[in-house]
Write a protein that binds this ligand. Structure first.
Ligand SMILES: NC(=O)c1ccc[n+]([C@@H]2O[C@H](COP(=O)([O-])OP(=O)(O)OC[C@H]3O[C@@H](n4cnc5c(N)ncnc54)[C@H](O)[C@@H]3O)[C@@H](O)[C@H]2O)c1
Length: 312
């Protein structure tokens, strides 16, 4: 990993715009690539806004933010991939688009460059079919917003070498992330499998009329979620006593939901209630409540980040 000096972040959307700031902060030569200039212009503005928020939260200084912004190069020419050591792809979540992208980029990139995709759940083995020398390719899945959420899931496809996975792990550690390696690929990786399992049970509790969505959210935030920010499910079980967890799971597991879809979610989508982005979801986000919800979330995430992860 000491040989990695130059990184290209491909795709200048939500994830790419945030990721590029991390690598600039850690002093890598970093470029943000997108097919079209307007997206890069938008990204530039978003990066300036993110840096302003970090300064306001005391997580950066004016001087450091300026250095971060000056370090980022913007590119629409694929030749930017020719002399980089590491690529993180964040383009649209579509296998055909990813195949086209990787077919071209893996031919342009140096033979020893490490190639990664931030796909949320597409098969790494399938994606690798378009890649020249697929042993150097793996999934590198960050969580939004990646400059605050510490986890990085590293997903090995059938062809990914141990050397590649180890190198990605090391890079994640260098940028102060908390990496985990999936030894074989599985849909949804770890994070999205757990998230879906909880959401399915939460939806089922609401559908059965047991509790409102508000009370389910409270039960998670003030109960299991409070603990999960500090200790995982296995640590929780060890601390609670495995005999107790064994007894509870034996009578409860058969009663839990095994639904293959969630009516309460589906109905909202059919009505165009998509959450913050449409002004209504499980909660109301009209009249500026959308921005308030995002601000509120970010303030809490920043407090959590400072409490547990900020160095110095
Ligand atoms: N948003 C999240 O919460 C999140 C979290 C983890 C992983 N991801 C994954 O990261 C990837 C990007 O997600 P996002 O939310 O940043 O998407 P986004 O729509 O915000 O951004 C995608 C960007 O890629 C560009 N793009 C699309 N096709 C391209 C191509 N062929 N070549 C170059 N650029 C192209 C678009 O112009 C856009 O700027 C997806 O694979 C997604 O599943 C997203």
């Amino acid at each position: 990993m000491e040989n990695v000096k130059s990184i290209v972040i491909a795709g200048a959307g939500t994830m790419g715009t945030s990721l590029v700031q991390i690598f600039a902060k850690y002093d890598y030569k970093v470029a943000l690539y997108n097919r079209a200039t307007p997206s890069l212009e938008k990204a530039k503005k978003q990066i300036a806004l993110s840096q302003e928020s970090l300064i306001a939260a005391g997580m950066s200084t004016e001087e450091d933010s300026k250095k971060v912004m000056e370090k980022i190069q913007y590119a629409t020419d694929k030749n930017v991939f020719a002399d980089c050591d590491f690529v993180i792809e964040n383009i649209v979540e579509d296998m055909d688009a990813k195949h086209t992208f990787w077919g071209e980029v893996s031919s342009i990139a140096k033979e020893d460059a490490i190639l990664t995709s931030n796909t949320s759940g597409l098969s790494i083995t399938e994606m690798a079919k378009a890649i020249k020398r697929p042993g150097r390719f793996a999934g590198m899945h960050f969580f939004n917003p990646p400059h605050l959420v510490p986890l990085v899931e590293i997903i090995k496809g059938n062809e990914t070498t141990d050397e590649t996975a180890d190198a990605i792990y090391r890079l994640a550690e260098i940028i102060d992330k908390k990496p985990v390696i999936l030894q074989k690929e599985v849909d949804g990786f770890i994070g999205n499998r757990l998230q879906c399992a909880i959401l399915r049970e939460a939806a089922n509790i609401v559908e059965m009329g047991v509790a409102t969505a508000e009370d389910v959210d409270k039960a998670v935030k003030y109960g299991i979620g409070f603990r999960y920010a500090c200790i995982g499910p296995f640590e929780t079980a060890d601390l609670g006593g495995l005999n107790i967890f064994n007894a509870v799971t034996e009578y409860l597991l058969p009663q839990l939901s095994n639904a293959e879809s969630m009516p309460v979610l589906k109905e909202k989508v059919e009505k165009g209630q998509l959450g913050v982005k449409s002004g209504k979801g499980f909660y109301d986000y009209s009249n500026g409540k959308d921005e308030e919800a995002i601000r509120n979330r970010d303030e809490k995430f920043i407090k959590l980040y400072k409490a547990f992860y900020q160095k110095g």
